[in-house]
Design a binder for this molecule. Structure first.
Ligand SMILES: Nc1ncnc2c1ncn2[C@@H]1O[C@H](COP(=O)(O)OP(=O)(O)OP(=O)(O)O)[C@@H](O)[C@H]1O
Length: 323
């Protein structure tokens, strides 16, 4: 649905996007994550042509976005909704009028607008706030209004630029759940820009991690998150580096969390009869499933035995290098 190949963009002499290639399939929730200044927002804004770029290609449904002008560009943008960190609502207008605004601009009649506004208010769960002004709402409620407005023209794609960055963790959760529901029920492809991996992890199917204008890592969120922990830490800063035992061998184990994780560990202890410690045990919540992530530390002489057991049990594992 969105196909980006070799895209580069400069501001003056500074290259802010460097040879970006990625593909976003219809119905996916795709994350663009990275530190401040990595180029995430700029890339997102290239998708709906709010930004131009100097070289490469960006196609949406096979159409080269750079070639669009005038009415064609307007029609194209109609298919792409966008939400922002600061909500960008019109303060003098009511919630109803904010949601209705894009439809008014496109000349929809009053009945159509009324039906759609009420439908969307149900989807984003703000039916009781339609006559309020944005300033009378909480941040989470304002973002719900912005989402309803972004969906008013029935777009195929929703772009989210740090939409939860100004919200507290609980409100963030509720907005992320809403985005997941919109993706599932309305089949809208969503591209999410965030600077926190935790946001991406919970809602996205795939991710590109941007670093200084380049794609440093990409792939399925589960794979990137679970297998590229060291690279992620390097990009986002090493403050949370976990001190692992410096002797023996540390093995990272990943299993679906359906009670299964504890069973693997206890089975290993029983069957192999080897001693090991568990320096890390985390439950990680992904879009569709919960996974358990352990690091176990085993004596060097027991490594082969443990590796064989994990392979036999079909467990995803890897050795974590000692520093
Ligand atoms: N209009 C502009 N003119 C000049 N430079 C710009 C402009 N917009 C962005 N930049 C620069 O482009 C680079 C990428 O910015 P961008 O906003 O895309 O990064 P980001 O990853 O979204 O960061 P943040 O999370 O802080 O928004 C930065 O170095 C920024 O200073």
């Amino acid at each position: 649905m969105i196909e980006i190949k070799g895209l580069s963009k400069f501001y003056g002499d500074i290259k802010v996007l460097d040879d970006i290639s990625l593909e976003i399939k219809e119905g996916e929730i795709y994350g663009l994550v990275g530190r401040s200044g990595a180029g995430k927002s700029t890339l997102l804004r290239c998708i709906n042509r709010l930004e131009d770029f100097q070289s490469g290609s960006l196609k949406v449904d096979g159409v080269e976005v750079r070639d669009l002008e005038g009415t064609k560009l307007r029609e194209f943008r109609k298919n792409i909704g966008m939400i922002f960190q600061n909500f960008s609502l019109m303060q003098r207008r009511s919630v109803y009028e904010n949601i209705a605004l894009p439809m008014e601009c496109w000349g929809y009649n009053k009945d159509e607008i009324d039906k759609r506004v009420r439908e969307l208010a149900e989807v984003v769960e703000i039916t009781d706030k339609l006559s309020s002004k944005p300033r009378e709402l909480s941040g989470g409620q304002q973002q719900r209004v912005a989402i309803a407005r972004a969906l008013s023209l029935n777009p195929k794609i929703l772009l989210s630029d740090e939409a939860t960055s100004a919200l507290d963790p609980k409100t963030t959760d509720s907005i992320l759940s809403l985005l997941k529901r919109i993706n599932r029920n309305l089949g809208i492809t969503i591209v999410i820009v965030a600077h926190q991996m935790s946001v991406i992890k919970r809602v996205c199917d795939k991710v590109s991690v941007l670093d200084q204008g380049k794609i440093a890592l990409d792939g399925k969120v589960v794979d990137v998150f679970l297998h590229k922990q060291d690279e992620i830490r390097e990009i986002f800063g090493g403050a949370n580096k976990i001190a692992l035992p410096s002797t023996g061998i540390n093995i990272r184990i990943i299993v679906p969390e359906e009670g299964e994780s504890n069973r693997i560990i206890s089975r290993m202890a029983q069957i192999l009869n080897v001693a090991f410690s568990i320096p890390v045990a985390n439950i990680e919540q992904f879009k569709e499933r919960t996974m358990a992530l352990f690091v176990i530390n085993v004596e060097c002489e027991n490594f082969n035995k443990v590796a064989e057991f994990l392979d036999y049990q079909n467990v995803t594992w890897e050795v974590v290098e000692n520093e």
